[in-house]
Structure formats: C-alpha cells, structure tokens
Design a protein around this ligand. Sequence first.
Ligand code: UD1
Length: 331
Amino acid sequence: MRVFATWKHKSRNWLHKIMERYVVTGGAGFIGSALVRALLNQGGSQVAVIDNFLSGKRSNLEGLDGALEVHDADIRDFDAMSRMVKGAAAVFHLAAIPSVPRSIAQPVPSHEVNIDGTFTLLRACAEAKAGRVVYAASSSAYGDTEVLPKVESMMPRPKSPYAAQKLMGEYYAGVFADCFGLPGVSLRFFNVYGPRQDPLSPYSGVISIFMRCLIERRSPTIHGDGEQSRDFTFVEDVAALCIKASQAPGVSGKVINAGNGNRYTLNQVWQTLNKIEGVSIAAEYGQPRPGDVRDSQADTTLARTLLGHQPEFRLEEGLRRTLAWYRETST
Ligand code: UD1
C-alpha cells in the first residue's frame, strides 16, 4: 500500500485537530473525485481517498491540494480499511465495479468487489466506530416498474447482477445501522454523468460514449430503439447530495434517490448534443442490451424533504459543461 500526501501544511498540527476527516472509497473515480473536490472546496475538511486504481485515475485528482491523502488500497483488505477509516466523521463508499453489462459478462469480480468489498468496508467502519457511512447505491435496484417516477417505497426488482449487488449493499448498510450501531444512509444514484467520466471502456456510461463520438464526428451505436429513458444526473449535484447526506440528522437507515427528477430518451440526448454542437450525425442502432431497464426517473421528494436538496443542473446545461471538459481534454 502506498500513501501519497499532498497536504502542504503538515506542520500545522493544530489545524489537524479542528478539521473533519472524510474518507472517500473510489475517490479517484469519476464520481468520487468530484466528491473529493466538493469536500475540499467546503473548507475545514481533511480527505482520505481510497482507491485500487483499477478504473480510478490519479489524473482525476490533479490540481487538488489541501488536506488530501491518497491511499492505493483495496476495499476487500479489512486491515487496511480498519486503519484508514479510523477517526472519520463520514465514510463515503463509492468504490465499486460498475456497469450492468459488465456484471453479466464477468459476475464474479463484480460480486467480490460490490458485495464482499462493501461488507468488509462496513465491518471496518463499525469496528473503528466511524461517524457515518454514505453508500452509493443504484437506481438499477428498481428494475422495470409499472409507475414512474420511481419512489423509494417501491419493491425493488433487480434485473442484473450489478443491480442485485447494489441492492445488497443497501441492505447491509441498513443492517449495520440496526445491528452494529453504524449510522448509514444509502443514496440511489441515477445515471450520473459529467467531466472525468471515462469514455474508453465498452462498459462506459452512455453520455461519455456519446461525447467521444460527437467530438470525433462518429455515429454512436444505440442499443435498441433509443426510446429507453434515463434520469441523467450531473455529477456535481450528486456530490452535493452526498455531502448533505453525511450531515443531515435522522437519516440513518434510509434509502434516498439521488436523481434529477426528469427523464430523457437516448434519442433526445443524442439530438440535444447534435444541436449544441451544430451538427447532424445520425445514430446507428443495434440489439437491445440484456439486463437493461427500460425507463428510469427519480422521485426526488425524499431528497428534498430529508436533505433539503434541489438539483442545480438541468440536462442541457450539464451536457454543455461536460462537452466543454471533453473538448478541453481531448488531444
Ligand atoms: C445503470 C444504472 C445507473 C448506474 C449504472 C452503473 C439503471 C437505470 N441505471 O446504468 O444508475 O449508475 O448502471 O453502471 O439501471 N447504451 C447505448 N449505447 C452505448 C452505451 C449504452 O445505447 O454505447 C444504452 C444502454 O443500453 C442503456 C443506456 O444507454 O439503455 C444507459 O446505459 P449506461 O450508461 O451503461 O447506464 P445504465 O445501464 O442505464
């Protein structure tokens, strides 16, 4: 395990004492690094990133200084986790092997990381008496529902190993709160997009793939008819919600949607991107993807009432910002 400390003011130990320590697993990932940025920006935070750099990247943390430590460690390593979560006011557990189709193609690694890793991390947090766990759950847990938007009280119907694994993580977070006194709240992320989402894997999120196609003036392949819809949620809104969930009173044991409250079809998203870019590139269409949910849209009432959350970014603004980032960073 290697530790990289970028805190420039280490000698100021008195400051250490008044700063809150936060841990972000998966902190070098696309969503994790946005959360780390938001935590450092709020001031008074000391942030420890835990990442095994399987999909996380050091470059996602570039330009960040202040009270940041980066630990190259795996969430399945109980001893390492126990040491690292000690004294944490909150542990944000975002490390995972994401992707519905990857969990179908390779169910064993995704099970080991998403279920065994989550269990190990929660156990370490309980034993170290960490302040609170904020768990990155997934909207995929709902599966196909007859009614939209999707409300937390609906019966989950996971359609893929990934969805089942993320649901199990929620159950474990709740059980650790009830049985082991570890405060925990689960946020069901709804299709998060934004700067730093890696477009290069076949399992990448669709918006990152669309961005790359647009910049390279290529047609994307849409699985199915493109009329499936998602509640695409800008990464900065999700980071803000995570922080609120780490602070709000009375939310331990709760499951709360982290979505925007709208839904757009893939065809609409591709058309919007064409409009923003002033081009007209037709999409290609392929076979529907196994395990895919047809429609997804969050009911955001609970996030609003329990966490005082109001998403800031509507889709077009989020797409513009995301596209600007891809343009700046593409060579
Ligand atoms: C699911 C979860 C999401 C979670 C993510 C993690 C749902 C509703 N959402 O996202 O909360 O964060 O897993 O991986 O289950 N597609 C194409 N062309 C492509 C790539 C994707 O058409 O090149 C389509 C997919 O078939 C799907 C949609 O785009 O219909 C979104 O896919 P993706 O971005 O992979 O996310 P979900 O699987 O919806």
